[in-house]
Write a protein that binds this ligand. Structure first.
Ligand SMILES: C[S@@+](CC[C@H](N)C(=O)[O-])C[C@H]1O[C@@H](n2cnc3c(N)ncnc32)[C@H](O)[C@@H]1O
Length: 369
């Protein structure tokens, strides 16, 4: 029988919001399923374990973890270390990495993006045997019938538990023989100047099938100064903003940074060759400290799965202020209601509203001495 969790699990990045926890009832429900069935898995694959709660729990098994977010990796490793658990026995993998062994059990926290859920199931299917069992946790309020439909694309036997603490688990067994293989989506959209842009992206990466409205608003109002040479697209997603920079400012030294591995790998598919650097990270502190920017552009994140979270963006603003060259600019688009201005004013020597419409505002911030 599995023991109740004795570990202290914390969120990384940390939050000031005391009501936010590092795990959900859906995670607890997954552990309850193992308890109820008196199973101690010998080998287990874990996906979308945002802060490392499940990974810490199953530490004594042969564990492999697929992490899309660099912050998930960091959080998991911090929690392992804080609880004196050995990380060297765990195999950490990115979502595109080949896995060379089958698993008897797989745990998955169902992601908000159905495309990403399908992509993960495709991955799980490829490492499952006839006997493998997949336990997927979710909060009941996030249920849609499409979750069941996607699960049934990959497994013959899909059963749903009763609700417990407002959560449920789906248990998937008997993998199907013929399944759909999807890797990369692509779409064509029209930029504000009328030219077409074709973008590719892995499932779950921000804004499928069209350029996001806030991003489009930023592109319409993007202008460059003569000295703009080193340019960062912060929270770059599929790289649409960086791609526009590459078209409009040829010869610029362009950096793209995103917490999501699939986002960074998508942007590699979209950028042309040239002076382009890709950074899979959640913090500018991980980028060589000698690199400073003349211009940083961003449509920053304000969601963490189902959670509205502006703390991550505000921390990124603080970091940007420390990485601008003298006179450098930060152009950032945001929903009006997020009210970023007071934060930006704290970090930058100058912060103006460049332009706004009913929904969005673009802030133009500068760092002067
Ligand atoms: C609103 S989307 C914008 C994506 C893209 N720039 C666009 O305009 O379509 C925000 C992006 O920030 C990324 N992100 C979230 N937290 C991050 C962090 N701490 N550091 C870097 N990127 C982050 C998300 O993965 C997502 O791709």
């Amino acid at each position: 029988m599995t023991e109740p969790i004795p570990h202290e699990i914390r969120r990384y990045p940390p939050t000031q919001n005391k009501s936010l926890r590092a795990w959900s009832a859906a995670d607890e429900h997954i552990l309850k399923w193992f308890d109820d069935n008196q199973i101690e898995p010998e080998n287990i694959l874990i996906l979308n374990d945002r802060f490392g709660y499940l990974t810490c729990h199953f530490n004594s098994s042969d564990v492999s973890v697929i992490a899309d977010n660099r912050s998930q990796l960091k959080s998991t490793k911090k929690n392992l270390s804080n609880n004196q658990l050995d990380e060297s026995t765990i195999q950490f993998l990115n979502p595109l990495e080949d896995i060379d062994k089958p698993f008897s059990y797989v745990c998955l926290n169902i992601p908000k993006s159905l495309e990403q859920f399908r992509f993960y199931l495709q991955k799980i299917h490829s490492v499952s045997t006839e006997e493998s069992v997949v336990i997927c946790g979710f909060m009941t309020r996030h249920f849609t019938p499409a979750i069941l439909e996607v699960a049934q694309e990959y497994f013959e036997d899909v059963s749903q538990s009763l609700a417990w603490k407002k959560s449920r688990v789906l248990v998937l067994k008997r993998k199907k023989t013929q399944v759909r293989q999807i890797e990369v989506d692509s779409f064509t959209d029209t930029l504000p100047n009328g030219s077409e842009i074709k973008l590719k992206q892995y499932p779950g990466v921000f804004s499928l099938n069209r350029i996001d409205n806030a991003t489009r608003f930023l592109v319409s109002n993007l202008s460059f100064e003569a000295d703009d040479q080193h340019i960062l697209d912060l929270g770059s997603g599929n790289g649409v903003l960086a791609k526009v920079v590459q078209i409009e400012k040829p010869g610029a030294d362009i950096h793209l940074m995103d917490d999501s591995y699939l986002a960074i790998e998508s942007s590699r598919l979209n950028m042309d060759e040239g002076s382009v650097s890709f950074h899979w990270t959640d913090t500018l502190d991980d980028i060589d400290e000698d690199i400073k920017f003349d211009l940083v552009i961003s449509n920053p994140p304000f969601h963490l799965e189902y959670e509205v979270n502006t703390e991550v963006a505000v921390e990124l603003f603080r970091e940007v202020a420390g990485r601008l060259n003298q006179g450098g600019r930060f152009l950032c688009v945001a929903n009006r209601h997020l009210g970023y201005r007071p934060h930006l004013k704290k970090f930058f020597t100058k912060c103006d509203e460049l332009v706004s419409n009913k929904k969005f505002v673009i802030y133009s911030c500068r760092m002067n001495s």
